[in-house]
Design a protein around this ligand. Structure first.
Ligand code: IDP
Ligand code: MG
Length: 155
C-alpha cells in the first residue's frame, strides 16, 4: 500500500452537534494516522449533491444530501499506509444499529442515516472526494518524528 495513500473523512453534522469531533479525531490520532488537511465548513447543498452523486436516484439520496448540508461539518484528509481500509474498519458498518461495538458508529450511533462520519471507500473515490473540498496546496505533507515507532522497521 502506498505510504501516500489518502482518504477523505468528514465528521458529519450530527458528529459536530453531538460534540463528538474530538473523540473521533482522537481515535484516528491514537491509531497513528496522519492528519493532512482540515476545514470546518457548512457544505452547500450543491456540493453535498456532488459528494453523494454515486447515490443519485436511490430512495435516501435527497435525505442524505439535506443531512450533509444541514449544519457545519469538519472535513479532513488523513494519510498513511492502508488508511482507507483502516478508517472504514474504525468507522464500522453504515447503519449505527448494525455497527460493531468498538467502532465509531457502533459506539455512538443507533441511527440508519445519522451515522456521524463519512469515509472514502476506495482510492478512486478518495481522489475524487478530496478534490471536491481541497486544493492540492491545502494538503500538507510532513513526517512524524516518531514515524519509526508508529510503523516499525520490518513491516
Ligand atoms: P457509507 O457512509 O458507510 O459509505 P453509503 O452506502 O455510501 O454508506 O451511504 C452514504 C450515506 O447515506 C450513509 O453514510 C448514510 O448517512 C446515508 N444512507 C445510506 N443508506 C441509507 C438508508 O437506507 N437510509 C437513510 N440514509 C442512508
Ligand atoms: Mg459511501
Amino acid at each position: 500500500m502506498a505510504a501516500k495513500e489518502r482518504t477523505l473523512i468528514i465528521i458529519k453534522p450530527d458528529g459536530i452537534q453531538r460534540h463528538l469531533a474530538g473523540e473521533i479525531i482522537s481515535r484516528f490520532e491514537k491509531k497513528g494516522l496522519k492528519l493532512a488537511a482540515a476545514k470546518f465548513m457548512k457544505i452547500p447543498e450543491e456540493l453535498a449533491r456532488k459528494h453523494y452523486a454515486v447515490h443519485e436516484g436511490k430512495p435516501f439520496f435527497e435525505g442524505v444530501v439535506k443531512y450533509l448540508a444541514s449544519s457545519p461539518v469538519l472535513v479532513t484528509v488523513w494519510q498513511g499506509d492502508g488508511v482507507i481500509d483502516i478508517t472504514r474498519k474504525m468507522m464500522g458498518a453504515t447503519f449505527g444499529f448494525d455497527a460493531e461495538p468498538g467502532t465509531i458508529r457502533g459506539d455512538f450511533s443507533a441511527s440508519r442515516g445519522y451515522n456521524l462520519i463519512h469515509g472514502s471507500d476506495s482510492p478512486e473515490s478518495a481522489d475524487t472526494e478530496i478534490k471536491l473540498y481541497f486544493k492540492p496546496d491545502e494538503i500538507v505533507d510532513y513526517e512524524f518524528t516518531d514515524e519509526k515507532w508508529l510503523y516499525g522497521k520490518n513491516d
